[in-house]
Every structure is written in structure tokens, then in C-alpha cells.
Design a protein around this ligand. Sequence first.
Ligand code: SF4
Length: 221
Amino acid sequence: MKHVHDITDGFEDISVNRTLTEVRDAMWYGGGISENLPRENKHPNHLTQENNLPMAYWNADSGFNCLDTVVGSVIEDGWTHHIPRLMVLGNIASLLDVNPRQLTDWFHAAFIDAYDWVVEPNVLGMGTFALGESMMTKPYISGAAYINRMSDYCKECQFDPKKNCPITNLYWDFISRHSESFNGNHRMAIPLRNSLRRDEEMKNFDRQTFEAWIQRLCKSP
Ligand code: SF4
């Protein structure tokens, strides 16, 4: 990780899709406006994800017990294990199309081990797929079944991972929304095929779920 980060000058030298990021500092100042960080730079954003980081990453209640529990532990300890970072923090931000640089800024602000060479490969590369296939073979995303299998968060959640958890609908809509980006990626072939098998009613519900949750989490003050 460190060597890739070093020889690419912090991914400046990698040719990937890039976008401007207006909101910096992970909203550390409450509104995301600080004069200290350059806003003219374009940052890796393979999937062109442009939603704002939810305030749930600063301990506002999201309603997702997995996210709220992990964020609470990060706020308390300044740290959490690699798997909650990927499976919960990176996964849910990806499913909500949160801007990868905003999420990376949050990791810089929230974690005590936030060295550039740790955060940038792990968040831009692994957690969000912002570097595309130059670093990972596929996005690290999952629905509720995987989170339920790998953790205890679902036992105390208002949602049922087998019946009505929105994370699963967000997962399917992510695959459908970004399907063109995954054409030719053999590691995404099965999820893409399964996504195509979902009937139109389910696909519409997946999209409505995505729109409702970005409205609730990413567009609310
Ligand atoms: S049911 Fe599980 S995966 Fe779904 S929001 Fe709750 S804790 Fe997260």
C-alpha cells in the first residue's frame, strides 16, 4: 500500500476519472467550508459519486445500527478494525454514492492512525473503488446478508436483514446504477447477472430506496 501510494505521488500520477470536490474537511467545521484545503484539485472518482458525507458519520442517528455502532466506536476511540472500516463505513458510503474524497477526509479527521499512505489506499482504493480497477478488481460492497453473517449489529437493529433492510436494496441499486462501469469485469459478472434477474417492481423499489435514503442522510442539514 505504502509503495503504491509513494510511487504514484498519492495517486496523483494514476490515470483515473477525477472530479472536483467542493466540500472538504469532512464537514469538520460544520458546513464543510475551510480555507485550508485546495478546492481546485480534481480527485479520483471512478464512479463519479457526488453525494455529501452524511452527518451520521459525525454521530447523527442514521437508523442503521451497523453504521451508528461503528461510528460511535470511532468517535469514542479514534479507531476501529479494518473490517468495520470496509464492510460498514466504506460500504455504506459507496452504496449512497458519497463523494470518495469527502469520505477520505473524514477518515483523516476521525482516525488516530490516519497517515496518508494508510488512508488513501484503503479508502480511495479499497473502500470506495475511486481508483477503479487500477487497485481493486471489484468494489467492496455488500447487502445486509453479509453484514449479518459477519457481525452482531443486526440483532439490535430496527430492520431485519432477511426481510426489510434497506442496505440490501441499496446494494442492488448500486449495481444497477453503475452497471455500465462493470461491463467486462468478470468478478462482477455474477452480481450483474443477478441484478438483471430482479423484476421491474423490485428494481423500482431499489431505486426509490436509494433516493429516499440519500435525501434523508446526504441532503439533510
Ligand atoms: S439490519 Fe443489519 S445491515 Fe441492515 S441496517 Fe440493521 S444492522 Fe445494518
